[in-house]
Design a protein around this ligand. Structure first.
Ligand SMILES: Cc1cc2nc3c(=O)[nH]c(=O)nc-3n(C[C@H](O)[C@H](O)[C@H](O)COP(=O)(O)O)c2cc1C
Length: 400
């Protein structure tokens, strides 16, 4: 269940209460589950625990001031509110709850809360009498009525010596409760490495051998994997595409660079490797140090075979689930099936790049996907749609 937090962006608000020290542990647990955490502290919270502690644990600057020109020049308050998938206030003091219920925006935390379009949750923590008081009860009911998730409080002995309901829910349980707010993605918590785009094989400092791959299919797959809850590393040849949100992109040029980057990414942990890149089969034997001057009517460039990246990944002892792509212009299915077998892939998606209406530069694609003992045809559709269908197939076969 904690895997649901993978890739999620959580804005943790800390208000002024004794339980603020538990928020340090909460940051660590949320991050361990794969969430990105940014912390906002009220003025009172900073009397209980230092921003420095939360900065060290979250790995991000802690936000404390609403009217701070320096912070606005970085990630401004509205941007921060839009960034968050979830705002969780833990601990939520009686005073903070009252301000939220009243719709106030008189400090950074309450302003962000109002401006955030994402999920909202509170973990109240206060003296049992404060929790039982009518104003607090009314305020909490009001917030619940607006769709706010309220976790706890738990009962037990309190810092003030009282016994009763008012303790902040423990960090481990809060992390689990946050995870339950997010629906499960089919690749939740899985690590996916995708190669995309063409490679460029240098001839001299200004010329290269390459192909027409736009990278659109690989980028659409990266986006679809993120939507499915995966952590995605995209190893990209030179393309003119923006990096999908939350994707870790590594830029490479040549096939040898792409092989090295793929090996490192798989070493770092990879459940699924998807090779959409159109890797040049050959590269010039040598790269001229200076621009080659023209001479004579003909010239010959000697080429040498490039390593096969997807087969290399599939041959590893610690191999991930490996998906290859075949772009062919003839006998598409026969070539795809022999690649599936010869390269020991788990799945291969093959498209006919001789068709003018789909393929390399197009926004659309159509493909047949093969695995050991089965196949599925995906008719012409936008690459974003095809990518989602393919990710759904990958997750079904991966989990088997
Ligand atoms: C030692 C001490 C402990 C406190 N603990 C709590 C607490 O656990 N819960 C709470 O609601 N208020 C607590 N308060 C009161 C809040 O700090 C106070 O209401 C403050 O205005 C909250 O500000 P904030 O909501 O902006 O963080 C405590 C105050 C002190 C002096």
């Amino acid at each position: 269940m904690l895997a649901n937090l993978s890739n999620k962006r959580i804005l943790l608000g800390i208000s002024g209460g004794i339980a603020a020290y538990k928020s340090a542990d909460l940051v660590r647990r949320l991050r361990d589950a794969g969430a990105e955490v940014r912390v906002v502290m009220t003025a009172a919270a900073q009397q209980f625990i230092t921003p420095l502690t939360l900065q060290a644990l979250s790995g991000q600057p802690v936000h404390t001031e609403l009217l701070d020109p320096e912070a606005e020049a970085g990630m401004g308050h509205i941007e921060l509110a839009r960034w968050a998938d979830l705002v969780l206030i833990a601990p939520a003091s009686a005073d903070a709850i009252a301000r939220l219920a009243a719709g106030q925006a008189n400090d950074l935390l309450t302003t962000l809360w109002l401006a955030c379009p994402g999920l909202k949750a509170l973990a109240p923590a206060m003296n049992q009498q404060m929790w039982a008081s009518s104003p607090t009860r009314d305020n909490v009911d009001e917030l619940k009525g607006r769709g706010v998730a309220v976790f706890g409080p738990a009962s037990g002995s309190q810092a003030c010596g009282d016994v009763g309901a008012g303790r902040m829910v423990e960090a481990v349980d809060l992390a689990r409760a946050c995870a339950e707010l997010f629906t499960t993605g089919s690749l939740a918590g899985k690590r996916v490495v995708i190669t995309a785009g063409p490679t460029r094989e240098a001839i001299d400092p200004v010329r290269y051998v390459s192909n027409h791959s736009s990278g659109k299919m690989g980028y659409a797959l990266a986006q679809a994997c993120i939507e499915a809850g995966a952590r995605v590393t995209l190893i990209s040849g030179p393309v003119h595409l923006p990096t999908p949100d939350r994707v870790h992109r590594l830029n490479v040029n040549s096939a040898l660079d792409m092989l090295a980057a793929s090996g490192k990414a798989v070493d770092a942990g990879c459940d699924v490797f998807i090779a959409t890149a159109a890797v040049a089969d050959y590269r010039p034997v040598s790269v001229a140090e200076h621009k080659i001057k023209k001479a004579g009517d003909a010239m010959t460039i000697e080429l040498v075979r490039n390593p096969d990246i997807v087969a290399t990944m599939a041959a590893r002892a610690d191999r991930p689930f490996v998906v290859g792509f075949a772009a062919e212009t003839q006998n598409v299915e026969a070539y795809a099936l022999s690649k599936l077998r010869d390269k020991k892939l788990d799945m291969i998606a093959c498209n006919d790049v001789s068709r003018q209406d789909i393929g390399f530069q197009s926004d659309d694609n159509a493909m047949v996907i093969f695995w050991n003992g089965g196949s599925r045809r995906l008719d012409k559709a936008p690459k974003t749609f095809i990518a989602r269908e393919l990710v759904s197939l990958i997750s079904q076969h991966f989990s088997q």
